[in-house]
Write a protein that binds this ligand. Structure first.
Ligand code: MSP
Length: 640
């Protein structure tokens, strides 16, 4: 039975970071796992989302055509995915003529079935996210990125999304696993219950897009274009419908509402499942290019290997929820789980087979107890992976590894080897450890394909790992007389300090390389070297206090300014005018603890006297991010 899965197709306004790599790693995992379960063929599509005004603008800014610009970035994605060991089958670019054809075809089907009409649209649009913001007023910020929306009026073609409220609700009800995880599904169901507005799906204001088969210079709106790439990638391959769309939670609405509605309108089969994972946070915020807080995968892979990064993301984060990345945690897990855990089991076991049995697997069925435990481990892990509970599956495998470690210590082969009466027991011990390692290796393969293949080769197994099916996970398949290979460490221990420094240095280099690729001047480093040093007495002059926002409202005639009342435990709250309106909704700030420069000389902004300043990280090209605290802190406390 076939299995067809997809990642989102990535915008060409940035090169991969570990947020975008996350969806891709997971898809690669699922491909390998589904193949192990016996699905055939298993086909995985990724790609690039190239159209729209942002690309048009970015290309123009550096004197390139949109095609040239998009090609440069799409090539970068392809190169990086290859370098990270991603085994995708199709890389679909929305500029591909085969995709254009599929988009036009679906439009015509929808039109024929009466779901397309011509209308006029005036509304607020976020050019950055390529998103119409329903119910927004001129000057309102985009709910996703905080940038000011722009008013646009156009005559364009509409899709009758409103006609699909009931069919969509029926779809969700009849296919309880169509949207996962469950919490996200509930959000979508209540959104759809609230009613759906028709959707404008063409533009005349944009040139860089797929021309619609209508009179006039209409091109398709990005989502009508982008979603259909999942079908165009496998055109004529008999793979549609997709079995799985893996996406981030930020784009669930498009996948769970628009996409099935488009397909229903065109009379085409619907995908089986949409799984929305959470965000990778870095320094407390969603890692994203516009925030400027991204960490790139290649510098990490150069130090720990790509597998360690994949393992970390899948083990550390419950799939479906948000989770944090930090260099410290990555190295911590690497040393504990990979160097000490799996790596140690492999080198210890294989070295003992060499040392005590000349590198030949002895004749034994292994320990009955461990054999049983192995079967149970396989069952639980496969069931967890099948439910997209990657972290639980990996935890189960590591539980097994630690039991095997204990088993080896308890049996103490180094003592058995000295006692002639213990030959059979030593055989059993070595067989048990080696067979447990073989099964472990096959189980971790979807998460760490490169490292698993290395251990596999050291075990001397000839059958490639990608051919192993579930039946190959049963106990007892290492045969007596089997010769193992040469042993070499797969996960050498890493020194935290030097490894982190190296990753950060490579990250700085990579950031600059990418800035050039994207035609931008390099982003400022987090700690600019150029700042002159000051003494502690200078720093002590700045009165930094913890404050709590009591009220917040927009300053009239200003996009950027908010008028805040902040309590810093003085007789009266301070009035503070802050340039953070593009990044923060005023009502969301109320009650938030912030850092205030309390002794800044008062100054007037738009007629309001600001009695201090609020402290925020200022990111080049990104929105400000307010300083805050992880622990609770009393209002008025001084920062020293
Ligand atoms: N082009 C659209 C998708 C069209 S699919 C038909 C798009 N592109 S994107 O490049 O902005 O992001 C795509 C996906 O990257 C997100 O949905 C998510 O899967 C992933 N991520 C981007 N940043 C992320 C994190 N910080 N954390 C986890 N995933 C993130 O949206």
């Amino acid at each position: 039975m076939k299995y067809y899965l997809t990642t989102p197709i990535y915008y060409v306004n940035a090169a991969p970071h570990i947020g975008t790599a996350y969806s891709t790693f997971v898809a690669d995992f699922v491909k390998r796992f589904k193949r192990m379960q016996g699905f055939d063929p298993v086909v995985f599509t990724t790609g690039s989302d190239e159209h729209g005004q942002n690309v048009e603008r970015a290309a123009k800014a550096i004197g390139k055509t949109p095609e040239e610009y998009a090609t440069a970035i799409a090539t970068e994605f392809v190169r990086q995915w290859k370098e990270l060991g991603i085994d995708y089958d199709h890389f679909i670019r929305t500029s591909d003529p085969k995709h254009h054809e599929t988009v036009r075809d679906l439009f015509e089907r929808c039109q024929k079935n009466g779901y397309i009409y011509k209308g006029s649209y005036t509304g607020q649009y976020c050019f950055h996210d390529e998103l119409y913001v329903n119910d927004a007023k001129p000057g309102d910020p985009c709910p996703d990125c905080g940038r000011t929306t722009e008013t646009v009026t156009e005559e364009n073609y509409f899709f009758k999304l409103s006609a699909f409220q009931q069919p969509l609700l029926k779809l969700y009800e009849e296919n309880p696993k169509f949207i996962q995880p469950e919490t996200r599904k509930n959000e979508i169901v209540s959104f759809v219950r609230g009613g759906l507005n028709d959707l404008s799906i063409t533009r005349t204001s944009i040139k860089w897009g797929i021309p619609a088969p209508v009179e006039g210079a209409h091109v398709f709106y990005v989502w009508f274009d982008a979603l259909i790439s999942y079908m165009s990638a496998v055109k004529d391959e008999n793979l549609w419908p997709a079995d799985l769309h893996l996406i981030g939670k930020d784009i669930l609405r498009f996948h769970a509402i628009y996409w099935p509605a488009f397909l229903m309108a065109g009379g085409l089969p619907l995908p089986k499942r949409v799984f929305a994972h959470g965000w990778i946070l870095f320094e407390e915020n969603k890692m994203s290019k516009s925030r400027g807080n991204v960490v790139r995968p290649l510098p990490i892979a150069a130090v720990t290997g790509a597998d360690a990064l994949r393992y970390f993301l899948m083990r550390e984060i419950t799939f479906g929820q948000d989770g944090s990345f930090s260099y410290d945690a990555l190295i911590g897990r690497y040393n504990a789980d990979l160097a000490n855990g799996l790596g140690n089991l492999a080198s210890r076991t294989l070295s003992m087979v060499h040392q005590y049995r000349g590198g030949v697997i002895p004749d034994s069925g292994g320990s009955g107890d461990i054999a049983q435990l192995a079967e149970k481990t396989v069952e639980t892990t496969v069931e967890a992976f099948d439910e997209f509970e990657f972290s639980r599956g990996l935890e189960t495998i590591w539980g097994f590894i630690s039991i095997i470690d204990k088993f080896i210590v308890e049996r103490a082969p180094w003592k058995l080897a000295k006692d002639e009466a213990c030959v059979a027991l030593l055989d059993e011990t070595l067989y048990t450890a080696a067979e447990a390692l073989r099964i472990t290796c096959a189980l971790v393969y979807p998460a760490m394909p490169e490292s698993a293949a290395k251990i596999w080769a050291q075990l001397g197994v000839v059958e490639p790992l990608d051919r192993v099916r579930e039946a190959g996970l049963r106990w007892g398949q290492l045969t007596a007389g089997h010769k193992i290979g040469t042993v070499a460490p797969v996960f050498p221990r890493l020194d935290a300090k030097t490894s982190i420094e190296k990753m950060q240095r490579l990250e700085d280099e990579e950031r600059e390389r990418q800035a050039i690729l994207l035609g931008k001047k390099p982003e400022a480093k987090t700690a600019p070297d150029a700042t002159p040093a000051i003494g502690i007495e200078d720093f002590a002059k700045v009165d930094l206090r913890v404050g709590q926002v009591l009220s917040a409202e927009r300053v009239k005639n200003s996009d950027k300014l908010l008028h805040l009342q902040v309590d810093i435990a003085e007789a009266k709250p301070r009035t503070i005018v802050a340039g953070i309106a593009l990044a923060y909704e005023p009502e969301k700030l109320i009650g938030r603890k912030v850092v205030i420069v309390a002794n800044l000389a008062p100054r007037k902004l738009k007629g309001i006297t600001s009695q201090g300043m609020i402290v925020a990280a200022s990111l080049e090209g990104g929105s400000p991010v307010l300083a805050g605290f992880l622990e609770d802190v009393p209002i008025g406390a001084r920062l020293k």
